[in-house]
Design a protein around this ligand. Structure first.
Ligand code: CMX
Length: 136
C-alpha cells in the first residue's frame, strides 16, 4: 500500500524544454511523448518516470510573467521544486496552515496531469519550494 505522502516529482526549470529532454534522455530516462501546457502556471511540461511513483518534470516558461521565467532570470535553470502526492490536498493544506505554514494559493489550483495542487512557500520549508498534489 502507498504511504499518505510520497515523492511524485522533482521539477527542473529550463529555458529549452527539448534540449533538456535530450540531456536527461542521455542519462537513460524515457520521456512521455506528451507535452502539456499548463495555462494557469504558464509552463510547458515534459515528464519521465524514475520509478513506479516518482518522475522528473521539466518546466519551460510559456510567458515572461511565468514563475519559471522569473526563477530562470534570477537563478538560472535548475531544480525548482519537489512535489509530494497526498490523498487530499485541501485537507493537507488546512492541516499545515494550522501549524503556521504559508501556502502560495488560498485554495488548490489545477496542475499538470489532471492534478489538484498547491505550493508551500520556500520560507516555510527551509528554502525548498514544495508542491502537494492530489490526482483527480
Ligand atoms: N525554490 C526555493 N526558493 C525560491 C524559489 C524556488 N523555486 N523561487 C523563489 N525562491 C525564493 C527567492 O530566492 C526569495 O528568497 P530570498 O527572499 O531569500 O531572496 C523568496 O523565495 C521570494 O522570492 P521572490 O522573488 O520574492 O518571489 P518570486 O516572485 O520569485 O516567487 C514563489 C517565488 C515561490 C512565490 C513563486 O515562484 C510561486 O508562486 N511559485 C508557485 C507556482 C509555481 O512555482 N509554478 C511553476 C510550476 C508549475 C508546475 O509545476 O506546473
Amino acid at each position: 500500500m502507498l504511504p499518505d505522502c510520497y515523492l511524485d516529482h522533482i521539477a527542473i526549470a529550463t529555458d529549452d524544454l527539448e534540449s533538456t529532454v535530450d540531456l536527461y534522455s542521455k542519462l537513460g530516462l524515457s520521456f512521455e511523448a506528451k507535452r502539456e501546457i499548463v495555462e494557469d502556471q504558464k509552463v510547458k511540461t515534459a515528464f519521465a518516470a524514475i520509478d513506479e511513483n516518482a518522475h522528473v518534470e521539466l518546466l519551460e516558461p510559456t510567458s515572461s510573467d511565468s514563475a519559471i521565467h522569473k526563477f530562470i532570470e534570477k537563478k538560472g535553470p535548475g531544480i525548482h521544486h519537489l512535489c509530494f502526492r497526498v490523498p487530499d490536498v485541501m485537507a493537507k493544506q488546512k492541516e499545515l496552515e494550522a501549524q503556521g505554514m504559508r501556502f502560495i494559493y488560498s485554495e488548490p489550483v489545477k496542475g499538470a496531469n489532471n492534478c489538484l495542487v498547491n505550493f508551500i512557500h520556500p520560507k516555510s520549508m527551509k528554502g525548498v519550494l514544495t508542491e502537494i498534489s492530489q490526482k483527480l
